[in-house]
Design a protein around this ligand. Sequence first.
Ligand code: NDP
Ligand code: 8X3
Length: 252
Amino acid sequence: MVGQTVLVTGATSGIGLATAERFVAAGARVVLLGRRGDRLAEFTRKLGDRAHALVLDVRDHVRVASALAALPDAFRAIDVLVNNAGLALGLSSLETIDFEDCTQMIETNCAAVLAMNRAVLPGMRARDRGHIIHMGSIASHVAYPGGNVYCATKAFVHQLSQSMKADLAGTGVRVTCIEPGMVETEFSEVRFSGDKTKAASVYRGMKPLTPADIAEAVFWCCTLPAHVNVNLIELMPTAQGFGPTIVKRVDG
Ligand code: NDP
Ligand code: 8X3
């Protein structure tokens, strides 16, 4: 990956940070994007000259376009875009969920991915090379109680990724969707509004995937020969399975 430029959204923690670290370790230049500037400053200082911090909310589409256009020369031509920023908020049923939480999930997990792709794709098309990675989830097709809006956003990501692959067939731009199961990151802490005990209980007594496991899958897709497009990877902890079919019986 020496000489290539990678933009990772949601690089202040978890999968995004591990992905940024993986690509820097392989010699790439990496733009780390997220809202928490203090973290980005710390990580880019540690990662060195080939890391560049972009403090940005992906939902601010106007700023996204102008900030990408204003990147330093060495970081401006993006070879790999990792659309990773995303979140789940709560596990409420639809009639009780805070509507602002719904909006935030849809704006971050769906609309911002469109805006990011629209900002980066023209350059990739012009250079006839590039790779767009979407961080999906098994939630795109494995439904669970309270998953409602989050699961729907990841179904959007799945289908967007496949459709973009169809659009871009024959160009030099590759499109991949990565769909992990349980990965221990700050994801559950965010979902449960900072409740660390509740978040830790999600991974109690099992070995979840690590952010580095996902970063390795992303990295692998990008290192294959240019004619090979990995459309989709689904990966889970060995300890995770699929839920049993739930039947709500009238007699309890
Ligand atoms: P983390 O909470 O650890 O990381 C989420 C990242 O997204 C943070 O860097 C956060 O940065 C960033 N982010 C959230 N909202 C915004 C925003 N509006 N603008 C810019 N950045 C934003 O969770 P994960 O690493 O687990 O999540 C990464 C992706 O992986 C998500 O898309 C998630 O849906 C997906 N995923 C996670 C799984 C898991 O089990 N953990 C499983 C399957 C998929 P900041 O807050 O600083 O802006
Ligand atoms: C995150 C995994 O199972 O909590 O996408 O939806 S799950």
